[in-house]
Design a protein around this ligand. Structure first.
Ligand code: FES
Ligand code: FES
Length: 163
């Protein structure tokens, strides 16, 4: 079992977020969402449901999309994270495709979709329509933008492949 550097009620964790290394004191009950959004100012990480049902809080951790509202920050020692801020800073083709295809209405769910799509394209640069739908199945949009995400992700995949 991992030994934490416990300091009173807090623990020191090290993590890499969007390519930058950080050390943070975290309390045992903090979620990763709370650390990233409230404590580190990464407001692109959104909170709809706070119960693992909507996907709006998705971040990429060590290459996999995870729900930051369902993950304790203290579990993330040594992990590498990517948020929508890092994806935008890297000018990933998904960004232009999401704008071109009007993937947002209120926009609140959009970062979660984008991060999930990025994780998909990282592991599968040539997804089928069915694979895109399956990958995004855990992301909910109250405004009903679902058809637009499919178009945008497929187009971004084409651009990434240089087609
Ligand atoms: S806010 Fe995390 S899944 Fe909805
Ligand atoms: S664009 Fe409004 S919730 Fe998805």
């Amino acid at each position: 079992m991992k030994e934490w550097a416990i300091n009173k009620s807090k623990a020191l964790i090290k993590l890499t977020v969007n390519g930058e290394a950080y050390e943070r004191q975290v309390e045992p009950n903090w979620t990763l969402y709370y650390l990233l959004h409230d404590k580190m100012g990464l407001t692109g990480v959104k909170m709809f449901c706070d119960r693992g049902a909507c996907g709006s809080c998705t971040v990429i951790m060590d290459g996999r999309p995870i729900l930051s509202c369902m993950t304790l920050a203290i579990e993330c020692d040594g992990k590498t994270m990517e948020t929508v801020e890092g994806i935008a800073a890297a000018n990933h083709p998904l960004i232009d495709a999401y704008v071109k295809h009007h993937c947002m209405q209120c926009g609140y769910c959009t970062p979660g979709f984008l991060v999930t799509a990025k994780a998909l394209l990282d592991r599968n640069p040539n997804p089928t329509e069915g694979e895109v739908k399956e990958a995004l199945a855990g992301n909910l949009c109250r405004c009903g933008t679902y058809p637009q995400h499919l178009k945008a992700v497929l187009e971004a995949a084409e651009n990434l492949r240089g087609e």
